[in-house]
Design a protein around this ligand. Sequence first.
Ligand code: ATP
Ligand code: MG
Ligand code: FE
Length: 336
Amino acid sequence: RYILAIETSCDETAASIIKDGTEIISNVVSSQIDSHKRFGGVVPEIASRHHVEQITIVIEECLIQAGMEPTDLAAVAVTEGPGLVGALLIGINAAKAFAFAHGLPLIPVHHIAGHIYANALVQPMEFPLLALVVSGGHTELVYMKEHGSFELIGETRDDAAGEAYDKVARVLNLPYPGGPHIDRLAHEAQEAVPFPRVWLEEDSYDFSFSGLKSAVINYKHNLDQRGEEIIPAQVAKGFQDSVVEVLTAKTVRAAREYSVKQVIAAGGVSANKGLRNALEEAFANEGIPFYVPPLKLCTDNAAMIGAAGFYMYEAGVKGNMSMNGKPGMELESWVK
Ligand code: ATP
Ligand code: MG
Ligand code: FE
């Protein structure tokens, strides 16, 4: 079964064809990063305009690369939310038009479920499973007892991990998106500026990154006032060490408590080398299988939407022509 998947929730216009939820036939991503860079973040109105210009080209390119016709497809999966409403609507309307024109069913997919299911493209998911979702807008620990079942056991109380990365990068005058730049700098430093670890209550699986972000800002401010220069690589390392230590420790504790068979990482920040290494080492010690998708499946793409969409298709989940963008769509209420 081949599924065409479409993703336009933020600043990537993407389409992909996936076979049986596990095999990538084609995967096209048109990034708008260059258009948003000079504003230091994603500008929603600009994002929507780019999606309008790109979506038909990206879908056509996806079919050409796969060497397939619409008649080869079983369904069209599309990101329904969460994300920027204007951006979501471009993908949803393209999916509706394509599905209507070719008589195909529509499958509404939750963007974060997509990030999690990027892992199904690499190896079979084994349940019960724990997913650490770390992206531009989300930082969550998700427990899955089976396909389509998502229990949120912890989440950020303020900034998402990716958001903290991007804000700290701005303080260090690094380009947007800052995550990869901080990651690179952090590996160049021998020493780290000591920043706090935010653990919250002892038994909590929640996260908080805004205090850490403020600590970085204050550190720079204090040095500026004394007329001293900060060493960006040491600040980057200090910040990254704090983020990675907290994310890793809470994920390990949750994996133990919930006795999961598999742990996976998902979302843009799971492309982070420091985090990947720390999680790999920690779970090797725990003896629990740990996986993280290859870099290009960590950040936004449509292949992951096709993977999640396939399981929803199998479960009989269907959208219809009145589907709308859901900017605040919740993961837990999605399927079961
Ligand atoms: P969401 O998925 O929550 O809706 P999003 O789709 O904007 O948000 P993603 O595309 O999953 O987020 O991830 C983008 C984020 O990942 C950015 O904040 C970016 O800085 C961060 N990121 C990418 N690569 C790295 C890296 N190597 N280290 C740290 N952060 C990274
Ligand atoms: Mg993006
Ligand atoms: Fe995303």
